[in-house]
Design a protein around this ligand. Structure first.
Ligand code: FAD
Length: 534
């Protein structure tokens, strides 16, 4: 860090960092507080939220209930999800959908005008609310974005990139950021809500947008926040196997609609792996495809019979993606392979988004509320953003009302010295994560990943925000993956010593702000909330 001055200090009562579904939900829930919403691009523009295809899970059908939705969520979580957080999530789903409709979101309806509910893997009922077939994320981002812009007390700070959290006396009280002109700005507030999204860019093969570089996780780690479940990275089984970064996604709803997975000989291979076949949980399907590809085989999604001529109407986004790659899903098999898709782990939070650090909240994919356990149930993440984003915003606003404006002046802040993009470093980190900390894991490659990351310490220190953050998060994820020696959900150890059941603990990690050493603690499931502020 060099002694360079920030150019201005901006105040707010609540700072929300990130303009995806979680950040916008948090900002809208701050009631009449003065909020600044910091976002690298535009709200709803450059995160994962706008890309979501499948939809939002909500128990709305006559044969469904929040209790059944909770049971499916807990089962997918493999014994490591937090039952209280899951109960809150599933009970609030109907209200979250109605709130979105109130903001103008238009969801698909059936012939009788009721919400059309789709089916996805590991859901026992049809409960996926969707918009324009497979453009749900774009529709809710549009509705939330226009609501955020219409609120006079929410100042949208577009083109602003957060680099570090500002702390005073152990509490987080702001964010050091660069504006669209490259000027350093200190945004200061008694309450900061991190909503920066996931970590997919850590992997060479990902469905995530470039903004998913783990910024929030790395900033929180460097500030000393407790992190949890970092080893649990979900790989989506059916990314379209074409060149490109990110890789286009073929939504799970396609398999819900009857599309099949076949090998190079046109033979289904999932029924012999799991009785739920194409509707088995994502980790099971991803591993089956990974192992087929490792043996030199090929995997294809076949939606010709199940969807046929209805492709353009039922799945317009996926159909357009296929056409861009010279594939016609009405006639062609679609080549697929797994890609990093979602991070179940994150900054440890309680039920209102509070983290272990005073002044800091987190929501959305950067956070870990515990609702997903070791494996996320499809379409539960947008729901989590809506429900827990709003809860974090409400709690942060309440707390800001009682808090004092922090005293921070531009002269007592240091800005990062290094700011050079290092594409070579990024490429190396992403390759090593895909090869060694991927769909299946073993101790020796995990150790090799950690050794290689150690050899890149100097390069990371001299890199820009993205290089530094990718390196920090890669180290933490690899360390957690090495520590959990048994398989659990998305974390599959080929060399597992214990049977493939979740041993009843969760891994909490902290980074020592001075030495950079990683601290690890095994926390009993259900006891995680003692990690965070009450
Ligand atoms: C292709 C795809 C399809 C998906 N489909 C579904 C689905 O159908 N259903 C479902 O439930 N989930 C789905 N998911 C997962 C879901 O979309 C994400 O988990 C969710 O949208 C995350 O929302 P978020 O608000 O936490 O983050 P994001 O929507 O990713 O938003 C993060 C925001 O933070 C900003 N940001 C990041 N770093 C900084 C920084 N340093 N400074 C300032 N701003 C920053 C970004 O610009 C962005 O605005 C899908 C994901 C992908 C990638």
């Amino acid at each position: 860090m060099a002694r360079r001055r920030v150019e201005r200090v901006e105040h707010a009562e609540v700072l929300v960092v990130g303009g995806g579904a979680a950040g916008m939900s948090a900002a809208l829930a701050c009631d009449d507080r003065h909020v600044r919403l910091l976002v690298t691009g535009e709200p709803g523009g450059d995160g994962a939220s706008a890309l979501a295809q499948g939809g939002i899970a909500a128990a709305l059908a006559a044969d469904d209930s929040p209790r059944l939705h909770a049971a499916d969520t807990l089962a997918a979580g493999g014994g490591l999800a937090d039952p209280r957080a899951v109960e809150i999530l599933t009970a609030a789903a109907g209200e979250a959908i109605r709130r979105l409709q109130g903001l103008g979101a238009r969801f698909d309806v059936d012939a009788r005008g009721r919400l059309a509910l789709g089916r996805e893997g590991a859901h026992g009922r049809s409960r996926i609310v969707h918009a324009r077939g497979d453009a749900t994320g774009a529709e809710i981002s549009r509705a939330l974005g226009s609501a955020v812009r219409s609120r006079p007390r929410v100042a949208v700070e577009s083109g602003v990139t957060a680099h570090e959290l500002i702390r005073r006396g152990g509490a987080v009280c702001g964010v050091l950021a660069r504006d669209r002109h490259g000027a350093w700005v200190a945004f200061v507030a008694p309450a900061v809500v991190l909503c920066t999204g996931g970590i997919g860019r850590l992997y060479a093969e990902t469905t995530n947008p470039p903004s998913a570089s783990g910024d929030g996780l790395a900033m929180a780690a460097r500030a000393g926040a407790a992190l949890i479940d970092l080893e649990f990275v979900q790989f989506h089984p059916t990314a379209l196997a074409v060149a490109g970064d990110p890789r286009p996604l073929l939504t799970e709803a396609l398999r819900g609609a009857g599309a099949l997975l076949v090998d190079g000989a046109g033979r289904r291979f999932l029924p012999e792996v799991d009785e739920r076949a194409e509707l088995a949980p994502r980790d099971v399907v991803a591993r089956a495809i990974h192992q087929l590809l490792e043996r030199g085989g090929r995997a294809y999604l076949d939606g010709r019979a199940a969807i046929g001529d209805a492709w353009p109407e039922r799945f317009p986004s996926v159909f357009a993606i296929c056409r861009r790659h010279a594939l016609d899903p009405r006639r062609d098999l679609l080549p697929v392979s797994p890609a990093a898709h979602y991070h179940m782990g994150g900054v440890a939070t309680g039920l209102t988004g509070r983290t272990s650090l005073p002044g800091l909240w987190a929501a959305g994919e950067v956070a870990c509320t515990g609702v997903h356990g070791s494996n996320r149930l499809a379409s539960n993440s947008l729901l989590e953003c809506l429900v827990f984003g709003a809860r974090a915003g409400e709690d942060a606003a309440r707390s800001a009302r009682l808090g004092r404006a922090p005293l921070v002046s531009s002269t007592d802040l240091e800005v990062p010295a290094a700011d050079r993009r290092r594409p070579g470093l990024e490429r190396r980190i992403r390759r090593l994560m895909t090869a060694r900390v991927g769909v299946v894991r073993r101790a020796a490659p995990l150790r090799a990943a950690l050794d290689e990351l150690e050899s890149l310490r100097g390069a990371a220190a001299a890199a820009d925000r993205v290089g530094r953050n990718l390196w920090t998060v890669a180290r933490l994820v690899s360390r957690a993956a090495l520590e959990r020696t048994e398989s659990a959900g998305s974390h599959f150890r080929l060399d597992a010593a214990a049977p493939a059941t979740a041993a009843g603990y969760r891994l909490a990690l902290t980074l020592d702000p001075r030495s950079g050493a990683v601290g690890l603690e095994r926390v009993p499931v259900g006891d995680v909330r003692r990690q965070v502020r009450r």
